[in-house]
Design a protein. Sequence first.
Lengths: 192, 192
Amino acid sequence: MEVKRSQKKKIILEAAAKLFRDKGYSATSMRDLAAEVNLKASSLYNHIGSKEELLIEICFANAERFLNGIKSINETSLSSIEKLKALIALHVEIALEDFTSVTSFNDEWRQLKEPYLTDFLKMRKDYELIFLEIINTAQNQGQIKNIDPQICLYTILSSTRWVYDYKQNSKTDDFKQIKNSILEIVTAGISC
Amino acid sequence: MEVKRSQKKKIILEAAAKLFRDKGYSATSMRDLAAEVNLKASSLYNHIGSKEELLIEICFANAERFLNGIKSINETSLSSIEKLKALIALHVEIALEDFTSVTSFNDEWRQLKEPYLTDFLKMRKDYELIFLEIINTAQNQGQIKNIDPQICLYTILSSTRWVYDYKQNSKTDDFKQIKNSILEIVTAGISC
DNA sequence: TCTTTGCAAACGAACATTCATTCGTATTAT
DNA sequence: ATAATACGAATGAATGTTCGTTTGCAAAGA
């Protein structure tokens, strides 16, 4: 039963992500969260600062993960179309391996209060700008269809949004198959 | 300034959909909603029964719209691939013409309480089963790729989820272009 | 035309409940 | 014994909703 101090906070964070994902941030009470980790609400505050802190950590951890991912992909010498494929793969991989955290990051960042909301949106904007730049280059080199880059971007971004629902309903847990299927559909969708 | 009784409820419903979409159902208070329509919270109850009633009406109105849409498409004599294209077009059209209501329907149905949640999920299940049947037929006839139908389904469903964000950020309001772009990407993605 | 009646709509005040969080104290482990 | 952790009780704020009353307006009666 005994857990190290730092481990306990991680447990709380993961339980929070799960509840935020299932019920939403606002609809999740600290009593709900406490029950999930076999504590009373007041005891949570020995490990965390506030409810909002949990959301902040979830949102920014994932934002940094995506931002670091796209930056390191962009620094490679891959062709534009290869970069795009790597990006789609990145999204699928993150969505598959950490779908709880990513889902609540995707859906609940709106609940961030200032100044965190502004910071978060700035990171998202940075991410999208790099993504758009790659799309633009790929189009100029004739490697993908000439479709409004913004539409192209959003279509790619949303193509992994359902992974959590899939994992809930389906029997198979075959990561590779899911990843390959998405890659196949999206790549065929944007290629010339 | 004067509005007919039945019109007032529609105004409240639309304001509710907008707030639910922007802040989420749980984070939207009846005082927020009242302010949005220039009333006090207590006055709302001359026009509506409860906060939950608003969510119920939004969710089921859209569920029925999609269910009716897919049924009437399925009753036509179109080929399977044509049915799929019509379905994608249906999603894009609804997303474009009523994106406020559809967005809060997409994101906030989780907040429904029983017995409505069960009813809602049943309608969604019905919808998905018809959709999967069409995908299956299309695959058997060799009209689209042989990808796990469930993955195929979710990819199509999520491909219109971003329309609201796009309309917020972009200058153009060219429905036709958006619709054609999505159709082009998704059709190319699933075709053999 | 002027007054009266009726009614929908708006409101302020109040209610019970739930919320996140704090605090003092008890328990536990080192 | 010291420090970390858990807890119950309490707090103030916010929540959805109800209630009694007032307001504004339209139809009916004089």
